[in-house]
Ligand binder design. Structure first.
Ligand code: ASP
Length: 366
């Protein structure tokens, strides 16, 4: 089980100086000031992975843990978990009830990767199917391709036997979209650039006023798991950025951007501003960093540094010249070492080990 001491706390307590801290059996210091969280089997996910239950008793991370320790295939276990978030309208960042695009249409992105089989599948801009992660798996299992998009992805899903619905809005997601539309005054749209800016600011206002949880304005679920044999799989599924331009595809369905799994190494997946991961292919970068010997924590931090260094447009920077947006990564290697890292601020991610589920604090770059 992980212990709750963050790298920062570890430094503060003086434990980094080696003052006789008795570490639990699955936590060890690999170098001064570096904590490695380790447990196998293990499931890591974004925080919403231990929030929603969709009429059941278990959350996503609990479900994945139970499935994989019961002998279910590693990727099938992950999908059984994320399905809970996809089906639960309370999670307005994923699947049914996900916040819609700028035209009020819920468009979903998802990808999944199977470490041992070295297989992957994705869908983007998929409308009408509550569980895009399962359509992504169907792409993986039934085609020679990795990514299907838009109406053709929906046609594929229909052919595979998925139920297609006209509208995936819940009453709540529709109300919030209407509120967003109401706030945008067409007289304030003199040009495309301002239109985009004002749309973004109106969304941010709603976050600040508590009408939308920031985790749902961006929001997604990424979940990665390692079983007792060291098999790794992962899935990222999302309704994407709230009020996005119709047709916008984020990082979640793009292999290497919002998810990457290498069965020989580990997995990394992301939530937050997808454009940063599309530019930097950060999930792939993090897994590559682990391949070269970095711990999940160091590999994740290096990924965040790459994003920071490649963010130079003024509109994306705060007063101190740092990225004004956030991106988070959930990282695990096949030995069961894991970490959650965030570009900015604090927060926590979800973990489930043989000691049960818990929230663990992110390590922050800024
Ligand atoms: N990263 C995803 C995207 O950009 C969703 C999110 O977490 O906001 O579409």
């Amino acid at each position: 089980m992980s212990q709750r001491l963050s790298r920062r706390d570890f430094m503060k307590t003086g434990a980094a100086a080696g003052v006789g801290l008795a570490l639990p059996r699955d936590v060890e210091a690999t170098a001064p000031a570096v904590i490695v969280r380790r447990s196998r089997p293990v499931v890591v996910s974004s925080r919403n992975g231990h929030v929603y239950r969709h009429d059941g008793t278990l959350t996503c991370v609990e479900t994945v843990f139970q499935e994989m320790t019961g002998g279910t295939d590693i990727l099938d276990s992950v999908l059984e978990g994320v399905k809970i978030n996809e089906l639960d309208p309370g999670d307005a960042s994923v699947g049914y009830g996900g916040l819609p695009n700028g035209d009020g249409v819920v468009q979903l992105d998802a990808s999944c990767m199977h470490g041992p089989r070295k297989q992957a599948g994705s869908v983007a801009c998929l409308e009408g199917v509550r569980t895009p992660s399962f359509v992504a798996r169907a792409v993986m299992a039934n085609t020679d391709h990795h990514l299907l998009v838009g109406p053709d992805a929906q046609r594929f899903a229909r052919n595979m036997g998925f139920t297609i619905e006209d509208d995936l809005n819940s009453d709540d997601s529709r109300d919030r979209w209407l509120e967003w539309r109401r706030r945008i005054d067409p007289s304030r749209w003199p040009g495309e650039e301002d239109r985009e800016r004002i749309g973004f600011l109106s969304g941010m206002e709603m976050v600040e006023e508590g009408l939308i949880d920031a985790e749902h304005y961006w929001g997604t679920i990424n979940c990665n798991a390692v079983n007792s044999q060291g098999e790794v799989a992962g899935c990222t599924t999302t309704s994407g950025l709230a009020w996005k331009i119709p047709g916008r595809v984020g990082d979640s369905p793009i292999l290497g951007a919002g998810l990457y799994v290498d069965g020989e190494v580990g997995a990394a997946g992301s939530t937050g501003r997808g454009e940063a991961n599309l530019f930097n292919l950060t999930s792939f970068l993090i897994v590559e960093n682990m391949r070269r010997g970095m711990s999940p924590l160091d590999a994740g931090m290096e990924g965040l540094r790459r994003i920071r260094d490649n963010t130079v447009e003024r509109r994306l920077l705060d007063e101190e010249g740092n990225p004004s947006f956030n991106v988070r990564f959930y990282v695990v290697n096949r030995e069961g070492e894991y970490a959650g890292v965030t570009l900015r601020g604090e927060g926590e991610y979800a973990v489930c080990t043989e000691n049960g589920p818990e929230f663990a604090p992110f390590e922050a770059l800024l």
